[in-house]
Design a protein around this ligand. Structure first.
Ligand code: BV8
Ligand code: ZN
Length: 254
């Protein structure tokens, strides 16, 4: 079977100490979680503005709360796929290996990855928009089920929302700052399973490139980022990452 890495990519990877991975919904597709913009993606049924915005939540709390509760239920019964697992194992091959994820499903951590930066939040966490009291997924579900209208309210009366970043909302400052620092310092930057359309996440690979990183994209379709990459592997993450990890391991161990 032909090698995945070009000689230039091998050279850059073997001399790399800082490796950064940006992932999007595509890395979780083979775990059964629908992506956003593929043909059967989440946003094909509803537009993001209708659901993933504070306005939508405030105006239509029941619909948005049901949308997230349904996704939580899917995610709670979802396992990491070989792509997540290969990335968790690759952490051991480099001195400094971090994953920046746009995903809110927690599957990288479930697969055993330690250095994960969640820049769009995590769907299992919830908080009251008034007093900011936090609620676990289990606590939320109890309140949600007990309310016949599925309008989740805090003890203080405020609405409880998922701790994810909606459109028009700022990303968590510390996570975003860390993501930019990691990207600027990266020797090799992988963009995996993202259409690279959502900002500021989509700025991260460009920032890495501007600071001299070698840019590799793993995605079954071309994206707005593809033209900027040094190496583009048009494959699914779950299929190719275990192969890639083996290839790296065979050729060198840090
Ligand atoms: C902000 C979290 C500003 C919740 C999400 C114009 C108009 C309006 C707004 C904007 C605009 N221009 C820019 C903006 C800002 C906006 C934005 O970028 N819009 C885009 C769409 C144009 N960004 C924001 O609003 C951000 N906030 O900018 O704040 C601000 C500044 C100061 C003060 C106040 C405010 C917030 C962005 C975060 C939004 N939250 N979701 C939830 O999940 O419900 S967005 C959503 O998109 C997810 O987070 C997701 O992670 C993210 C990116 O999508 P992808 O992960 O890339 O998924 P997608 O389906 O697109 O692609 C999947 C890819 O996988 C495909 O390429 C496919 O080929 C591939 N694939 C498929 N199968 C596989 C695979 N790959 C590998 N293996 C496979 N098996
Ligand atoms: Zn409250």
């Amino acid at each position: 079977m032909a090698e995945l890495l070009t000689s230039q990519a091998k050279e850059r990877l073997y001399s790399a100490s800082k490796v950064v991975i940006l992932t999007g919904a595509g890395i979780s597709a083979e775990s059964g979680i629908p992506t956003f913009r593929d043909k059967d993606g989440l946003w094909t049924k509803f537009s993001p503005e209708e659901l993933a915005s504070f306005d939508a939540f405030y105006k239509n709390t029941r619909m948005v709360s049901e949308f997230y509760q349904k996704r939580r239920e899917i995610i709670e019964h979802t396992e990491p796929n070989p792509g997540h697992k290969a990335l968790a194992e690759m952490e051991q091959l480099f001195d400094d290996f971090h994953i920046i994820t746009q995903n809110i499903d927690g599957l990288h951590q479930k697969a055993g990855s330690n250095n994960v930066v969640e820049i769009h939040g995590n769907i299992m966490n919830n908080y009251c928009i008034d007093c900011k009291k936090t609620y676990t997924a289990a606590e939320f579900e109890k309140i949600y089920e007990e309310n016949s209208e599925h309008i989740p309210r805090c003890e203080c009366g405020g609405l409880i929302r998922p701790d994810v970043v909606w459109f028009g909302e700022q990303l968590p400052g510390d996570a975003l700052e860390k993501a930019f620092h990691l990207s600027e310092a990266a020797d090799v930057f992988f963009s995996i399973g993202t259409s690279a359309q959502v900002r500021p996440a989509a700025d991260l690979p460009i920032r890495a490139l501007q600071n001299g990183a070698y840019l590799i994209e793993i995605n079954p379709t071309l994206t707005g980022l593809t033209n900027f990459t040094h190496l583009n592997i048009q494959e699914k993450g779950g299929e190719i990452l275990p192969r890639l990890k083996k290839e790296i391991e065979l050729n060198f161990r840090h």
